[in-house]
Write a protein that binds this ligand. Structure first.
Ligand SMILES: Nc1ncnc2c1ncn2[C@@H]1O[C@H](COP(=O)(O)OP(=O)(O)OP(=O)(O)O)[C@@H](O)[C@H]1O
Ligand SMILES: [Mg+2]
Length: 259
């Protein structure tokens, strides 16, 4: 499966934020979008998942214009975790995750045995099983974030779109989430498109990284090609060395000391 955006112009209420953007996303790959706050990462992600209208260009899902794809089919192809989300506070965790199954259900047939099994699986792999009978507003920020990831997983999409999935998570749960993303990708062949701010994590898990600066693509490629001292300087205005460490497969980022 492939999602291809060509010459996308995207904006809000007449203000163009992304003037011309090309992007190709494939099942099987982990693609990470990085860039400063306000550079357009969420905007691009929303446009290619049909959450936001673009004013020029096209997005195709396996060659078919996204505008013509049926909603349930779309939900089975793309699972989207937006940067911001909210649910009615009186939702139980298990019911919320169960909503991920809706694209698979007929109106006359809710919650089959298979749906229940998928929901249980999503709760377990995200470490939210123990929360299943809580209300969502009784969860901490990090717990709620993991519940949302479970909801998208229950959708069993071909490609997962995760906008800052590790925000609010402690370091152990951040690593757990990255490990889960890797595992879903390698064992289930699920494609993952993420927005991350942690460049070390991006370096570690991505097959491909896309860098956005001021609504335009600055660079794209393998993590080692993209994460360079020059990119950090030009895009983030930050001084950083990329250090090769014996015994580690990926380099470490050493930011200039704060004085
Ligand atoms: N709903 C909206 N209405 C109007 N302008 C918006 C809206 N959402 C985003 N923008 C503007 O579009 C630009 C890009 O925003 P976007 O949310 O895509 O940035 P981002 O790269 O995801 O940033 P962050 O890292 O802070 O999440 C910003 O200038 C922002 O102010
Ligand atoms: Mg964003």
């Amino acid at each position: 499966m492939e999602v291809k955006g060509v010459k996308l112009e995207i904006g809000y209420g007449g203000r163009i934020v992304v003037p011309e953007f090309d992007i190709t996303l494939r099942r099987g790959e982990i693609t990470t979008i990085i860039g400063p706050n306000g550079s357009g990462k969420s905007t691009v992600m929303k446009a290619v998942t049909r959450l936001l209208k673009y004013t020029k260009g096209t997005v195709c899902l396996d060659g078919e214009d996204l505008k013509n794809v049926n909603a349930a089919v779309l939900a089975r192809c793309m699972g989207v975790l937006p940067q911001r989300h909210n649910a009615p506070p009186d939702f139980k965790v298990r019911d919320l995750v169960g909503y991920g199954r809706v694209p698979y259900q007929k109106w006359y047939q809710r919650n089959s045995r298979q749906d229940e099994e998928v929901v249980d699986w999503a709760l377990k792999v995200t470490g939210t099983w123990a929360l299943r009978d809580k209300f969502i507003n009784e969860c901490s920020g990090g717990e709620a974030q993991r519940v949302w990831i479970a909801t998208v997983l229950a959708q069993q999409p071909d490609i997962l779109f995760l906008d800052e999935p590790t925000t609010y998570l402690d370091i152990a749960h951040q690593q757990e989430t990255m490990r889960l993303v890797k595992k879903l990708n390698s064992e289930n062949g699920i494609g993952v498109v993420m927005v991350l701010h942690d460049l070390s994590q991006a370096l570690e898990v991505s097959d491909r990284i896309i860098v956005i600066k001021n609504g335009r693509k600055y660079s794209e490629g393998g993590p080692l090609e993209v994460i360079t001292p020059q990119m950090l300087r030009e895009v983030y205005n930050v001084e950083c060395d990329v250090l090769q460490i014996p015994g580690r497969s990926k380099p470490l980022l050493a930011f200039k000391e704060i004085v």
